[in-house]
Design a protein around this ligand. Structure first.
Ligand code: ZN
Ligand code: CU
Length: 484
């Protein structure tokens, strides 16, 4: 049991979006015991000031620990349970299993793309119960909540992914998903954009979404298209969730490729229109570059492409594809073919679109960081501080309270995570203390693995897990969470 802690004299931004107020927060037995002013004079019976760890929070913000709603951290939390890249941003909970790709329920000796986003040879959990047990054993520093990936279900139930699932295979996927929901999963995710799921007709997904819906889960989707056919893809996702009867989250909403730039002027009004009939939200990361596996169809010779990893040429991670291609005397697509399997950052978005999505009241922050890349997209280490540094302090897109809401209260509500994401008495004591003037992401495309500055203290389930200036993780008090 961690030491009771008094956070004194900070600006309390509670995650619900309401104006911050000066006060103290008392953490005890893994929970927020109380909030108020001059709490040292109003301690609960049996608790002495001498028993407390006191943190002077003058000039600092006290906020709920950030919830990273879009991650591919399924294997990373097992392999590197300290998980400094996330914890050091103030993140206390990660939602795994996004984009149709989850570690459970699937066992294989050799994972194929796009499952390799989770790292090689990591698929060892035939059920969500087994994955839950593995996370608990690993003692991660932050909390983990899992979605179940439609593409993973396809790998588990089908031998040929280039077609629709048969009735038998659908039944098999539904049974696997049911087990996961029974074991506390948050819901279903899909990545219809990826070849291994693209052949799935809408009703294959809708049937699975019904299983998640009956259990009280959500549906998060990497749309079938974020390019030319994005409007059709949004309608497909909206109809699927509406028919199944569950809340929808559009993953990493973007309009990708120069031909689509500016089209958030169409997509955001459509999302607002859908919101009149159904529960719909989206997540977003604060960069103009996306990142995924190396794919020829994302390379147009116009946008910049940065290689993040390559199996045949690991030494080229961190180099621009155009330079590599010029060095080899071939075009970029040919160079990409030689580098596969690999990954890349694609500078495929327009800043104005990114800002419009981040500023939208239905957007939450999700890093989409890729923890196994040799030269990762900087969002893995910097996404959350960057929203505060660049989009609140720098561009003034929203208030501090709204920025925090997008990282905490809204996220917990949309993903059905109970008693987290808000500072209130009785909630779990996931708390971040940061300096609002100083907080800044340091990770860049050139040097992606850099600690942010200004994140001063991070508490997970009441335990001090991270302190600025101390390179080591101080406590591993994370838990595997269940759907509310
Ligand atoms: Zn995705
Ligand atoms: Cu993703």
């Amino acid at each position: 049991m961690s030491t009771p802690t008094l956070l004194e004299g900070g600006l309390i931004v509670d995650g619900g979006g309401a104006p911050g107020w000066p006060g103290d927060v008392l953490l005890q037995d893994g929970r927020i015991e109380r909030l108020g002013q001059r709490l040292r004079e109003h301690l609960p019976a049996g608790l002495d000031l001498a028993d407390l760890q006191v943190h002077d929070c003058r000039g600092k913000v006290i906020a709920p620990g950030f919830i990273d709603v879009h991650t591919h951290d399924d294997a990373a939390v097992l392999r590197t349970p300290e998980y400094l890249p996330k914890l050091s941003q103030g993140i206390t909970t990660v939602v795994t299993g996004n984009c149709g790709i989850s570690l459970a329920p699937y066992r294989t000796e050799r994972a194929l793309p796009p499952l390799t986003l989770l790292g090689p040879d990591a698929f060892r959990y035939a059920s969500m119960a087994a994955y839950r047990e593995a996370v608990t054993q690993a003692l991660p520093a932050l909390n983990v909540a899992a979605l179940v990936g439609h593409t993973t279900l396809r790998f588990a139930a089908m031998d040929d992914l280039a077609r629709a699932a048969t009735a038998d295979e659908r039944a098999r996927m539904a049974a696997l998903l049911q087990e996961c929901m029974d074991a506390g999963a948050l819901g279903l995710s899909s990545g219809l954009f990826y070849e291994e799921a693209f052949a799935a007709p809408s009703d294959e997904v809708t049937d699975l979404a019904r299983v998640a819906a009956r259990a009280g889960g959500v549906y998060a989707t990497h749309l079938r298209s974020e390019m030319q056919a994005i409007i059709e893809a949004l309608h497909e996702a909206g109809d699927c969730a509406f028919e199944a009867g569950l809340p929808l989250v559009i993953s990493h909403h973007k309009c990708a490729g120069p031909a689509q730039w500016g089209r958030t002027r169409e997509t955001l009004p459509l999302i607002d229109q859908l919101a009149q009939r159904q529960d719909i939200a989206m997540d977003v990361y604060p960069y103009v570059a996306g990142s995924t596996v190396l794919r020829e169809d994302l390379i147009d010779g116009v946008i910049d492409v940065l290689l993040t990893w390559s199996d045949p040429h690991p030494e080229l991670g961190g180099r621009m594809l155009a330079e590599i291609a010029a060095g080899w005397g071939v075009d970029q697509k040919a160079a990409a073919r030689r580098l596969m399997p690999g990954g890349a950052c694609y500078f495929q978005m327009q800043e104005e679109d990114v800002e419009r999505v981040i500023a939208h009241p239905r957007s939450m922050i999700g890093s989409d960081g890729l923890p196994h890349d040799r030269h990762p997209h900087p969002r893995l280490w910097g996404a959350f501080p960057r929203v505060l540094a660049r989009y609140w302090r720098g561009r003034g897109l929203f208030t501090l309270e709204q920025a925090v809401h997008k990282m905490t209260g809204l996220s917990a509500r949309q993903f059905r995570i109970a008693d987290r994401g808000l500072l209130r008495a009785g909630a779990h004591a996931d708390v971040v203390v940061f300096d609002p003037q100083r907080i800044t992401d340091m990770a860049s495309f050139e040097q992606p693995e850099q600690l942010s500055v200004g994140v001063e203290a991070v508490f997970v389930n009441g335990a001090l897990a991270y302190r600025e200036g101390q390179a080591a993780v101080l406590a591993r008090a994370g838990q595997m969470l269940s759907r509310a």
